[in-house]
Write a protein that binds this ligand. Structure first.
Ligand code: HEC
Ligand code: HEC
Length: 176
């Protein structure tokens, strides 16, 4: 291995009869070696090697109903809103006449409530959050629970469950 350039030299690739083939193969080999951890290989590595995987049993939420009462919709938001009330509007779009609760779109467990007076940095808060949420298989790669998602997340998304993909972004093409 003192001269790695040898392997990238097309003329060293074999007999004359197979020279054309050899050149092609050698060029291919050179290209692969030359691309520093090509784009695809790089993304693959991000999601598979060294990533911490968590096994999960996912519960699939039913699809959003065509029609329901405001009360029925609210029941699917109340648990979530014990933590989220200040940031999100109930329907996410704020459009009247559309009665959808949080879990109609996101999934998750709307039965979980934050016990009153629970501090945001307490273990009880984290436990409630994680029971209500659909959790990723690769929490570290998502920097879970931050809602600021990693910029290159396609490979990561493909490795996650449809349940998590839906939770993370209900409008993702994989689940609509
Ligand atoms: C009509 C479907 C729908 C409903 C109902 C809905 N959401 Fe969403 N939500 C979405 C979609 C779609 C996105 C992704 C928006 C984006 O990333 O552009 C989203 C994004 C979010 C985010 C991430 C925001 C961010 O900054 O990235 C949070 C948190 C969230 N929703 C919480 C809730 C909560 C809590 C409720 C109930 C009060 C709720 N959603 C109801 C569709 C919905
Ligand atoms: C015990 C508190 C708690 C409860 C209950 C809770 N959440 Fe959250 N949720 C959080 C926190 C904290 C974050 C992180 C916020 C951030 O970093 O912007 C979060 C983030 C999210 C995000 C963004 C995640 C992402 O990867 O983009 C969504 C979507 C969301 N919550 C939906 C819900 C829904 C739907 C429910 C009800 C089924 C719910 N949450 C219940 C505390 C809670």
């Amino acid at each position: 291995m003192r001269n790695p350039g040898l392997f990238c030299n097309p003329t060293a690739a074999g007999s004359r009869r197979r020279l054309a083939m050899g050149v092609a193969l050698a060029l291919l080999a050179c290209l692969q070696v030359a691309l520093p951890g090509g784009l695809l290989a790089g993304e693959e590595a991000l999601a598979s090697e060294g990533s911490h995987v968590v096994e999960r049993n996912y519960v699939t939420a039913p699809p959003a109903p065509r029609a329901q009462s405001p009360q029925e919709a609210m029941a699917k938001s109340e648990g979530c809103m014990t933590c989220h009330a200040k940031t999100e509007s109930t329907s996410m779009h704020g459009s009247e006449g559309v009665n959808l609760g949080c879990t109609d779109c996101h999934g998750g467990d709307h039965g979980v409530r934050l016990p009153e007076g629970t501090a945001k940095d307490s273990p009880a808060y984290v436990a409630a959050r994680d029971r209500a949420h659909v959790l990723p298989r690769y929490p570290d790669d998502w920097k879970y629970p931050s809602s600021r998602n990693p910029e290159v997340s396609y490979t990561l998304l493909n490795r996650e469950s449809p349940e998590f993909v839906r939770f993370n972004n209900p409008s993702d093409y994989r689940i609509v």
